[in-house]
Design a protein around this ligand. Sequence first.
Ligand code: SAJ
Length: 420
Amino acid sequence: MKNDFQTISVIGLGYIGLPAAAMFASRKIKVVGVDVNAAAVDTINRGEIHIVEPDLDLVVHAAVSEGYLRATTKPEPAEAFLIAVPTPFKGENHDPDLSYIEAAAKAIAPVLEAGNLVILESTSPVGATEALARWLAEARPELTFPQDAGERSDIRIAHCPERVLPGKVMQELISNDRVIGGMTRRCSEMAVALYKVFVTAECVIASGPRVAEMAKLTENSFRDVNIAFANELSVICDKLDMDVWELIALANRHPRVNILQPGPGVGGHCIAVDPWFIVSSAPKQARLIRAAREVNDAKPDWVLEKVRSAIGAHLSEHPSKTASDVVLAVYGLAFKPDIDDLRESPAVAIAHTLVSQHPGRVQVVEPNINSLPASLEGAELTALESARSADIHVMLVDHKSFRTSERPNGLVVDARGVWE
Ligand code: SAJ
């Protein structure tokens, strides 16, 4: 397919937007990246990055120095706009917060021109793309939009959810299939032409944006339900005095069984959030999806209970000691193995509760960071070897260097099956 895009604008230069911007720029298309964070904009314009993702630094550096990528805080005209802003949830009901999408719509509306394509990449609740189209139409009444003008619209709009795995973004951007949900057939075709600039896998056209939105939510909910199943098994196995990792490995020998791994809870910005968008739009029907969220969200408290029991057991074995003499070692803070991203990490939440409630020393082993986050003030960032003499060892993240480490002496609470 011929590619006619000369200038692409990416709104939101975070974990998804910046890699996408860099990828288009690496194919020698002029990319204008827009972000409200002026510090991030300055960093990118120096050819550096403000997030951690393998290989992204090299691609951004090359794109900026060759003049294909530039960042700014104010939108400029372009042929295609790609919106990659956060979609968190808000309140006790976990209702989706579309305010970032609305702000992005209002920011690009003044520079839109007939013939432009607007793509929503942010993971979104069903109906968000149509809401985006309405916000754009309200701001630019002299232009026509697909919800009113159909195939003849001045502006084309599509939802193309991002599906890349943090840590493998630069590879998966190219090699993962894309789901393209245009508001009309022409919207979809224009979006396919855009992604074909770098995607080597298939760009599959969905029947519309709503099913594309739901497909993305379904992918992450599927993973959440599978992990919840593993987490529930871990609690059952504990009660039945069985090794859950052995159990899952045995069951997975069946050709049609593929259970994921239990852990201290589900973290990150996607799997623990997106299922709530389904629950919020169909609260009575989404019973299993809600239960999975609740099972996974309850896991950190279960791990903390195990640590409290271990402290109790240690004190009964050493009657001369008090709780303030007991040294805890916590292994791992990141939200998953071999990354340095601590955001929305159940390991950080567990460590935080231990630091605030345990009167004794808390050592934290996290090889991927140089200093502890403020929420863990009072804990000690410790090297793996130096933590071996602690009394109780709490394994939370199975980083590579932990997997090859020997089980320490002392009591172990192992949420990842590293030393089992
Ligand atoms: N986890 C387990 N057990 C497992 C696998 C994961 O407890 O067996 C935990 C991890 O430790 C972590 C959480 O789940 O705390 C999420 O990690 P993850 O690797 O499952 O997923 P994310 O959040 O890094 O990325 C997911 C991916 N979605 C799917 O694999 C279906 C990715 O492809 C999406 O693009 C991303 O969400 C997103 O942005 O939506």
